[in-house]
Design a protein around this ligand. Structure first.
Ligand code: NAD
Length: 502
């Protein structure tokens, strides 16, 4: 065991970043525990309405100056931010592991993916360009320009504490808007560090604010007349019933990227070794706390007899269980570790509740993650080992609901049509994968499946920053998605000018 140096040595009291100042909140503070070591690593404030309002006020004051700064100059600020993020790459990654529990490799991947959004946003002088057509009628020209709107709110979940804020904030500020970001109160350290780098990069006061907290801040954000739009990533009940509805009622733009229950289909011609390797990172990466994690593995008997299908199913399940059994679990700052704990004890209890439900509804527990070995002498409270259920049917609760933990369901479908039907019977539509060597089957999945992100021989279909992070059905509420050109459209108003000179 070789644990890397921890960047958080003493508990940190998180402050808000408002109008370029680090401000202590008057709200209550709550402890944040490193889920692997059980140690308190800091406290986060549950900020007040007044504090949120101050942030909006400062953003509104900064907006006229910031929007009139040439896009190329705004881009230079983002280039500086990108350089600073690179310089602090390892520290930012280790902070994620400490505040969230994921392995250092997973954190480094998250840091890379987050920074890529800043890179894309530096292209704003090209990305924000409009359109022009001469002579729409004789001597009359028409053009479209994209203009920023003002102040946007960003609300992030706990599972990617570094990256998700960067799906939105760099695009918002690159287009000339200001932001108030509310990180998850469960792991806010990275967003504090990013704001320190924002300050160092010379992004003017008021343009990028961070107000920590929970529902009070969110509720104020949804009602505030100066907030033009809200970007939310989190669970479906909050995204749909709180954020989307309220934004509709108050007339705000909204992106709400929400929960998931993703299917992976294994076809009889799949390269099984590579498929199982991809499944391990997909099902158990981030301890299953990923909206792109696969959760239901459907072993498809297309073209097989019943007997052959059964044998194929057993082979896949055995390989899956053997690989899952070998996953090394412990503190993610040890580079040999492949899976960390869940974010906290409460989340583990919720997942254990689902394991109990699965047993009660008749699924066979093939690998029980409640019994596990740990590398290192860490408190076991938030850890839960890889779990595998067999004989899972689509109507079972464990197959329908988002468990958000290291639980894999083994399922069967006689053919590809039936497997796709199973995906469509599920309320979510975030991602789906197919493992096959057959282009026709792969195309059928790409063409028919109602999910926003499709993996073909890829277990985690995570869009790069220059593509939208998509999602359908109960996994997304809104029109434009985060990242890339859709984010640029979300953060700008299209203005059309028709021009004639006498
Ligand atoms: P969550 O919904 O509990 O919290 C998300 C954010 O909303 C947090 O900042 C939280 O403080 C705030 N919040 C929570 N309850 C609220 C309420 N009642 N009113 C107002 N604000 C509230 O989600 P989480 O547990 O932090 O994150 C996990 C969820 O996020 C999973 O469902 C996962 O699938 C989803 N997720 C989706 C995507 C995607 O792109 N579709 C990406 C990552 C995570």
């Amino acid at each position: 065991m070789n644990v890397l140096e921890e960047p958080i040595k003493e508990p940190i009291e998180i402050k808000n970043y408002i109008d370029g100042e680090w401000v202590e909140s008057e709200g209550e503070y709550k402890d944040i525990v490193n889920p692997a070591t059980g140690k308190v690593i800091g406290t986060v404030p549950i900020s007040t309405q007044a504090e949120f309002n101050q942030a909006v006020e400062s953003a509104q004051e900064a907006f006229p100056y910031w929007r009139s700064m040439p896009p190329v100059a705004r881009a230079r600020c983002l280039f500086r931010l990108k350089d600073l993020l690179e310089e602090n790459f390892e520290e930012l990654s280790r902070i994620q592991t400490m505040e969230h529990g994921k392995t250092i490799d997973e954190s480094r991947g998250e840091t890379r993916r987050g920074i890529e959004n800043v890179e894309v946003a530096t292209g704003i002088p090209s990305l924000m360009q409009g359109d022009y057509l001469e002579d729409i009628a004789s001597g009359i020209d028409e053009y479209l320009i994209r203009q920023p709107l003002g102040t946007f709110g960003v609300i992030t979940p706990f599972n990617f504490p570094f990256m998700i804020g960067l799906w939105f904030a760099p695009y918002a500020v690159a287009t000339g808007n200001c932001v108030v970001l509310k990180p998850s109160s469960e792991d806010p350290f990275c967003q504090t560090k990013i704001a320190e780098l924002v300050e160092e990069a010379g992004i003017p006061p008021g343009v990028w604010n961070v107000v920590n907290g929970g529902r009070t801040v969110v509720s104020e954000m949804l009602d505030h007349p100066d907030i033009q739009g809200v970007c939310f990533v989190g669970s479906t009940p909050v995204g749909r019933d709180v954020i989307f509805k309220r934004c509709g009622a108050t007339g705000k733009r909204v992106i709400a990227q929400t929960g998931a229950k993703n299917f992976a289909l294994v076809m009889p011609d799949a390269d099984l070794d590579r498929t199982i390797a991809a499944c391990m990172t997909s099902f158990y990466g981030n301890a299953g706390q990923r909206c792109l994690a696969n959760a239901n593995l459907v072993i498809v008997g297309e073209g097989l007899t019943k007997k052959e299908h059964e044998a194929f199913y057993q082979k896949v399940v055995d390989k899956f269980v053997a690989a899952a059994t070998n996953i090394q679990m412990g503190y993610g700052l040890d580079e040999s570790i492949q899976m960390g704990p869940l974010r906290d004890v409460g989340k583990k209890e919720k997942v254990v509740g689902y394991i109990e439900k699965g047993i009660a509804e008749g699924a066979t527990l093939k690998l029980d993650g409640r019994e596990f070995e740990l590398v290192g002498d860490w408190p076991r409270d938030a850890f839960l080992g890889p779990t595998v259920f067999e004989d899972v049917t689509p109507d079972m609760i464990i197959a329908q609901e988002e468990i958000f933990g290291p639980v894999a369901n083994m399922m069967k479908a006689d053919n590809l049509d039936r497997a796709i039907e199973m995906i469509h019977d599920n309320p979510f539509g975030n991602a789906a994968s197919i493992f096959t060597g057959n282009g026709k089957w792969a195309r059928q999945v790409r063409y028919e499946v109602k999910c926003g992100n499709i993996g073909i021989n890829v277990g985690v279909a995570a869009p790069m920053a220059f593509f939208p992070f998509s999602g359908m059905k109960d996994s997304f509420f809104g029109t434009e998605h985060g990242q890339g050109t859709e984010a640029i459209r979300f953060f700008t108003e299209s203005k059309v000018v028709i021009e004639r000179w006498f």
